[in-house]
Ligand binder design. Structure first.
Ligand code: MSP
Length: 526
């Protein structure tokens, strides 16, 4: 159970070469659900997201569009990346851009400290580089190209040719840290998750680490190396530091001490940066490594990672315009086990929307409130003595809350939802069995009718609280229809740990009717 400690959670920062697709939104939603849950668990939560704006990839896109890279980044951030947060209802506490002064200054500070401590030297670099990944590649990372790239080696992720670089650069002595990294993975098995990702990282580091080229001098869109302004900092070295520059490193040491280290959510394609390079950088600077790094899977299209560059990207608004942000959030958290790949399908989304959200949860809420309105003039009735079926509902709620909390702790978001959904299913079963509409016909059963509806209303209270991190809009509507806002205060301030305490919504509370939480959808986009 969360215990009021500090919970700092991050998403990767997103490249601004293009607008977001649902793969990016997936990362954001997962981190947002975890942040909202921890806030409701009473932890001092801080949720960071942002944009990665330097490097060749952005420079080339901007040049191709006839604007400066900063103009391009400003446009994409204001027209696409900020609006994404609204589209999928993200509750971030901060948004860092790598072009922020607070970031640039403290990247330089960090680098200077590493330089002064002897972790940086000048060397020659020769090797392959993928601009799509902004990554130096080893031959084992490359595959034979197909189509127009037949006969060339291409990046396995982007399917595009890599470039041969030959430059004089600054290097970070990453090779010094292989042993310490292996010891870290050993001592803290939860540091890299899931297990498959951890094994891969250990395999990789066991082969030995090379020093890392951390500057470029052939273009200038980046943060200047403080002691040599003819170089800019390698974009990944710059980007990884966002997690600490935003948290106060170099500018607000008190805030930094309170927040860092973080739980870091990343896609599996960028796990090595976060589980190898990043902790090595932190170790060199004498800072703590992250609490844990979790590599989630990809949204696939035709078996491949969805991507704008391969023209398979679906804009999040294509889904939310029809289904709403709650359905988007619910669907991706429920249908894909966090840590595994998953395929998006309109049919699956549509089926789950109808069966689980509209029929399962939405109808339950509308029916219960309609019965309170019809049989008790819209006022929550008093409960009489509890029968075993009523107690069973109380127990289901308590168990679901504990199971969901434990699942969130291990970042098994889909298991948390499944645990909470047991309440939806059991409450639906309870109402079918208790038949309040039959009880209502017999004046002698009036007290029993009150108990059944009061139990159902309490179940809805608990569901509002537990589902709030997943479907914030629908649960807020339900909370207000339950009259809970007035009786118990804001939904976001309700504690997960208290949800099982029965009888919180007092008898006599006035409820309101409820429009369908998940209205029927007439036509679904193909
Ligand atoms: N800028 C770097 C991250 C720097 S963090 C210090 C980057 N940006 S990105 O925009 O390409 O990707 C950001 C995140 O989106 C990554 O976690 C990536 O895995 C995720 N996704 C991009 N496409 C995705 C899917 N098709 N499916 C799921 N997540 C995907 O990498």
């Amino acid at each position: 159970m969360a215990d009021g400690t500090s919970f700092y959670i991050t998403t990767p920062i997103f490249y601004v070469n293009d607008a977001p697709h649902i793969g990016h939104a997936y990362t954001e939603v997962a981190a947002d659900v975890l942040a909202r849950w921890h806030r409701q668990a009473g932890d001092r939560t801080w949720f960071l997201t942002g944009t990665d704006e330097h490097g060749q990839k952005i420079l080339r896109t901007a040049t191709a569009n006839g604007v400066t890279p900063k103009e391009w980044a400003d446009k994409l951030v204001s027209e696409s990346w900020y609006p994404l947060l609204d589209t999928i209802d993200i509750s971030n506490d901060d948004f860092i851009r790598t072009t922020d002064v607070r970031h640039e200054q403290n990247v330089q500070l960090f680098l200077q400290r590493l330089y002064d401590a002897g972790f940086i030297y000048t060397g020659e670099f020769e090797g392959y580089y993928c601009v799509g990944c902004e990554e130096y590649k080893q031959e084992s990372d490359l595959v034979q190209g197909t189509g127009e790239y037949v006969g060339q080696l291409v990046c396995a992720i982007h399917s595009k040719p890599v470039e041969l670089l030959q430059e004089s650069n600054y290097f970070f002595r990453m090779s010094d840290f292989a042993e310490r990294l292996l010891a870290l993975y050993e001592e803290r098995p939860e540091f890299v998750q899931p297990e498959s990702a951890r094994n891969e990282v250990i395999q990789f580091v066991r082969q030995g680490l090379k020093d890392l080229s951390i500057s470029r001098s052939t273009f200038d869109w980046g943060i200047k190396v403080p002691w040599d302004e003819s170089h800019v900092v390698y974009v990944w070295f710059d980007a990884l530091l966002n997690y600490i520059t935003a948290a106060g490193y170099g500018s607000d040491e008190e805030a930094f001490a309170e927040r860092w280290p973080a739980t870091q959510i990343v896609g599996k394609d960028i796990l090595r940066f976060h589980a190898v390079i990043w902790p090595a950088m932190l170790m060199a600077a004498g800072l703590e490594v992250p609490k844990r790094v979790f590599g989630h899977g990809w949204l696939l299209v035709g078996g491949e990672k969805m991507s704008k560059s391969k023209l398979t990207g679906i804009a999040p608004s294509e889904i939310t315009d029809t289904f709403g942000s709650d359905a988007f959030r619910y669907y991706f958290m429920r249908a894909i086990a966090f840590g595994q790949d998953g395929s998006f399908s309109w049919e699956d989304l549509s089926a789950r929307y109808q069966a689980e959200l509209a029929n399962g949860f939405g109808n339950l809420a509308s029916r219960v409130l309609a019965m309170v309105t019809r049989y008790f003039d819209g006022v929550v009735p008093a409960s009489g003595p509890a029968e075993p079926a009523d107690v069973a509902i109380q127990e289901t709620v308590a168990r679901a809350a504990a199971d969901a909390d434990a699942a969130i702790e291990r970042l098994a978001i889909q298991d948390a939802l499944a645990a909470i959904w047991r309440i939806v299913d059991e409450l639906n079963g309870y109402i079918t069995e208790q038949e309040p509409w039959v009880l209502a016909k017999d004046e002698a059963k009036r007290e029993r009718l009150g108990t059944v509806l009061a139990t159902a209303v309490e179940g809805l209270r608990a569901l509002s609280v537990l589902l709030h991190p997943f479907v914030p809009k629908a649960t807020t509507k339900l909370w207000s229809a339950l009259g809970a806002e007035a009786a118990l205060g804001e939904l976001g301030a309700q504690r997960i740990g208290d949800v099982g305490t029965w009888g919180q919504l007092p008898a006599g509370t006035s409820v309101a009717g409820l429009e369908p939480l998940f209205p029927r959808i007439e036509a679904v986009a193909e």
